[in-house]
Design a protein around this ligand. Sequence first.
Ligand code: 15L
Length: 278
Amino acid sequence: MSRILITGAVGGVGTILRPQLAAPGRTLRLLDIAPLADLPAIPAAAAGRTADGEEYVQASVTDAAAMEKACEGVDAIIHLGGISVEAPWERIHEVNIGGTCTVFEAARRTGVPRVVFASSNHVVGFHTPDEYPLPETVTPLPDTYYGVSKVAGEALGALYAHRYGLDVICVRIMSCFPEPANPRMLATWLSPDDAGRLFEACLTAEKPGYRVVYGVSDNTRGGWVSQEGARALGFEPRDNAEAYASQVRERAGEVADDDPVLAHLGGQFCFPNLDADR
Ligand code: 15L
């Protein structure tokens, strides 16, 4: 894999993956609607893991011509670009659903053989603990318009894989952050290093065809979703959010088992008022 296009490279997951996926002989073509000046510096912890070359493209994933140009000479796309939280339907529809369709179509037209799509746990947000671990094949129960857009993205991936033969892996990312930021993430955290290992597996697995997998670390309080699909790609999670349990408890206090945030897999995304601080 010598040239990889990462859409939404300036966002949270893009910032985590960029140093993780840097490798000798590999070029990362970083694309974002934000200007180059917004691209964060590679963290000191990742020094030594720099790409031979980085290229920067400022464009929207909704711009078909720009996306086709950005796909030229690319071996795989990691499609992270879009709105990463709940937003009004018109915006979600345009950027997340329209943009994702534009990315798949650009890949098809330019012959990019593989797309790794950043899906989300919010595809299955309204499933409940009595159903855990959720299999990859469970019926989608999205908890937001945002979750609906990820269902649509997975469906577009299935269409482009089956109709046009692209390899498409949809990663239902649980919570990919530098550290677990709240008690729920003690179960749902995907560590930066595990995210790197998982996306690397998505880039290198031989002839994956169409797959849906969950992205989560090996958390003691986890077990909410199946790890089988990700492991079948060659991914072995090594990190555990439990290492941060006392730190999270100090900050947020204890969370009772009957706390509404734990009533559904999607946590606070399932609340009608979407209290973002929980
Ligand atoms: C997501 O899909 C969001 O993009 C992210 O901001 C987190 O909220 C994450 O899910 C989560 O559920 O923790």
